[in-house]
Design a protein around this ligand. Structure first.
Ligand code: ZN
Length: 264
């Protein structure tokens, strides 16, 4: 599933590709992919700006917003010309007045485009973006939570954008056991985790995101960051710090990778 770094790459590319363009029409090939919540108003207008919070892409039009969540397998593919769906997994196409188009491909069909008056309609429970968070706020949230760290970090209300990959990587690099209670961290540990999360996300952005299976940027390119994972998808392989075999267990409902030696 695309997490903050992958969505950030898509947003950066889209800013260059479609800012200022006028949407002529949106074709919903699979009707469930586009949720129309603006009364009787078709999706039209000029794209003024593109923002991101957590894993949400927010395209600001003249009077409304088009919010996209890629979920498990969503991809946004940009083409300079008008063309029909590139394959049978394209669920919607945005056609622009200059003849270019943006195709929303989604094998699993969990992704959504929402046409809204305000993004708050679908983002009420989305907290501060993980790259916008300040360390004091992060420390306060940890102190007030009895959750395990993995569950705490996955919860988008706390900080928005982390998913399974970057939680596991950040906890390994912080030397913290994923099941440790959030409120048990010292100020030093909390500060270290805060900085590590930022570093892990920034490194992934620098590497153009991680491609496990479906993630592609808007030109169809894979990311490179999967080549640098320390623990994620490395079950039974030796820890890069100490050589102990990486373990995978289920925690907070998700497969969780950690080193039993480095993360006691
Ligand atoms: Zn280790």
């Amino acid at each position: 599933m695309p997490e903050l770094p992958e969505v950030e790459i898509v947003v950066r590319e889209l800013r260059g590709q479609i800012t200022g363009k006028t949407i002529q029409t949106v074709q919903a090939i699979w009707p469930g992919s586009v949720e129309q919540r603006v009364d009787r108003s078709p999706v039209t207008g000029q794209i003024q700006r593109i923002d991101r919070r957590g894993k949400y892409i927010i395209m600001r039009l003249d009077e409304t917003v088009l919010v996209v969540h890629l979920r498990m397998t969503g991809q946004l593919l940009f083409f300079d010309d008008t063309r029909p769906a590139v394959d049978g997994h394209v669920r919607a196409i945005i056609y622009f007045s200059d003849g270019s188009c943006l195709q929303f491909k989604d094998v699993r069909k969990f992704g959504r485009m929402y046409h809204l008056v305000s993004e708050q309609e679908v983002m009420k429970n989305v907290g501060t973006d993980a790259l916008e968070m300040d360390s004091g706020h992060f420390r306060d949230m940890l102190k007030n939570s009895k959750m395990g760290l993995k569950a705490f970090l996955l919860n988008q209300k706390h900080l928005a954008g982390l998913g399974n990959i970057y939680c596991d990587e950040a906890l390994f690099l912080s030397g913290l056991y994923p099941g440790r209670k959030a409120n048990s961290l010292s100020a030093t540990e909390s500060g270290r985790l805060f900085r590590t999360i930022r570093d892990v996300l920034q490194a992934a952005i620098d590497n153009m995101g991680s491609t496990i299976s479906d993630y592609r940027d808007t030109k169809g390119n894979k990311g490179n960051n999967q080549n640098y994972f320390k623990v994620y998808s490395r079950e039974n392989m030796p820890c890069k710090h100490c050589g102990t075999r990486i373990k995978k267990i289920k925690m907070a409902g998700r497969g969780t990778h950690f080193c039993p030696q480095c993360q006691k």
